[in-house]
Design a protein around this ligand. Structure first.
Ligand code: HEM
Length: 395
């Protein structure tokens, strides 16, 4: 999912933050106890509690998603306009559309995990998560393998720009990504290449098929196609990589779970992964803007107030999740890792399957996984979540 360009630091608060190896959750855990809502340095009202985040996500007429001057399909759209594009997008991400790709994802995962270096320190986020995310997504979208190094470099550049909170750098990486996508779709967009596009559709190339879609009886514009594909790739590649980091960090910190996970059914493993991501949600937040005055607790938010839904905090709210112990079954119904409401993540099934398949392949190809001695886990810097470095040794 997208995350660009988005400010969501809370740095007006009296806590140390972005430049240390600081677990951001300790800050939001503390703030959530004391405040219903806080205002951050960017002037955004940050909703921290489960009930408030859920209510705002469900009330999409009061909390509009039109927060950016950039075209964002479908996440920046409201109401009926959103529904039109969302129906199209859902048709690519539902169970029957994705099922044919299960063997593809398994092959990609097996190829990557079997080639991982043993008995040396690797970073689970970049060496496992990012590589898997890029290769699996290229396979799904029908993008050339030659793009893999370009996309991996882009993930690094994007994370660096996001950490820097420098608008010019963030705009540049966004522009770079648009150019990558344009290079992929141009062959399918030129009139005399219709035959090519159709030939590829027969081969189930998702990108070729998308380029031939129509909305309201007209073709999608290049800008619309780029925006849709950006949301399926740009933020998502980084999110999947960060999720893999959180999953591997959990396993090395709970080695007793490794055999349990290795023997679990697909459904149980997916539920366990969802619960790990709930406790340490690496996809921190999304933005909204109020369409009328709103009261949240004792606070009056005016019309036009910029609001941040903090998923990471909401997913740890003690009033819903008690002491935040690991309890997949008990917590599944309230888990907000993939959001809720009109904008709930359409890529949830794809992400769930990819993360489960990557985890299964990793566990199938190793005898042992441990945190590398003298290499501490390193947290990502806000506004990113999860880890920057999960240094592990496989054997
Ligand atoms: C582990 C990975 C992922 C996480 C944690 C995640 C999380 C989320 C969340 C929380 C939202 C709600 C945003 C909001 O309410 O404003 C969302 C929306 C969205 N996600 Fe994901 N996502 C993931 C993977 C994916 C994938 C794989 C895709 C597509 C290939 C995807 C595409 C989207 C899109 C297009 C939206 C906007 C939906 C709308 O506005 O209607 N996501 N995602």
């Amino acid at each position: 999912m997208f995350s660009y360009p988005q400010k969501n630091n809370l740095s007006s608060n009296p806590e140390p933050d972005s430049h240390s190896n600081h677990d951001r959750r300790t800050l939001t855990d503390k703030l959530r106890q004391q405040h219903e809502v806080i205002k951050n340095d960017a002037g955004e009202w940050v909703l921290l509690r489960h009930a408030d985040v859920m209510a705002a996500a469900l009330d999409d007429s009061t909390f509009s998603s039109q927060v950016s001057r950039f075209l964002q399909i479908p996440n920046g759209l409201d109401g009926a306009e959103h529904d039109r594009f969302r129906a199209l997008i859902d048709s690519y991400l539902n169970q029957s559309a994705l099922t044919p790709y299960l063997p593809v994802f398994k092959d990609v995962a097996s190829e990557i995990m079997s080639a991982l270096p043993k008995d040396t320190v690797i970073n689970a986020v970049t060496d496992i998560g990012a590589v898997f995310a890029v290769r699996a997504q290229c396979a799904w979208l029908g993008w050339p393998a030659g793009l893999e190094p370009v996309l991996l470099q882009w993930i690094t550049d994007n994370h660096n720009a996001t950490r820097s909170k420098d608008n010019a750098k963030m705009a540049q990486v966004a522009q770079d990504f648009n150019e990558i996508i344009r290079s992929v779709i141009i062959p399918y967009r030129s009139a005399d290449n219709t035959d090519n596009a159709l030939k590829d559709i027969d081969g189930h190339t998702v990108t070729a098929q998308l380029c031939c879609e129509r909305v309201d009886g007209r073709e999608l514009s290049e800008a619309e196609l780029v925006s849709i594909l950006r949301n399926w790739t740009g933020g998502d590649l980084g999110s999947i990589a960060l999720c893999v980091g959180v999953i591997v960090a959990y396993l090395v910190e709970h080695p007793e779970q490794i055999n349990v996970w290795a023997g679990a059914s697909n459904t149980d493993l997916e539920a366990m992964i969802d619960e790990v991501l709930r406790i340490d949600d690496p996809f921190p937040s999304n933005r909204r803007v109020t369409t009328c005055p709103v009261t949240i607790g004792e606070h009056q938010l005016p019309k036009g107030a910029r609001v941040q839904l903090n998923w990471t905090s909401a997913n740890r709210d003690e009033t819903v999740f008690g002491d935040n112990s690991f309890a997949p079954e008990d917590h599944a119904a309230d888990n907000l890792v993939y959001g809720i409401g009109r904008h709930v993540c359409p890529g949830r099934l794809l992400a769930t399957w990819q993360l489960r398949i990557a985890t299964q392949a990793l566990l199938a190809h190793i005898n042992h996984i441990a945190l590398a001695p003298n290499h501490p886990l390193e947290r990502e810097q806000p506004p990113l979540g999860g880890y920057r470095d999960v240094p592990v040794i496989l054997s």
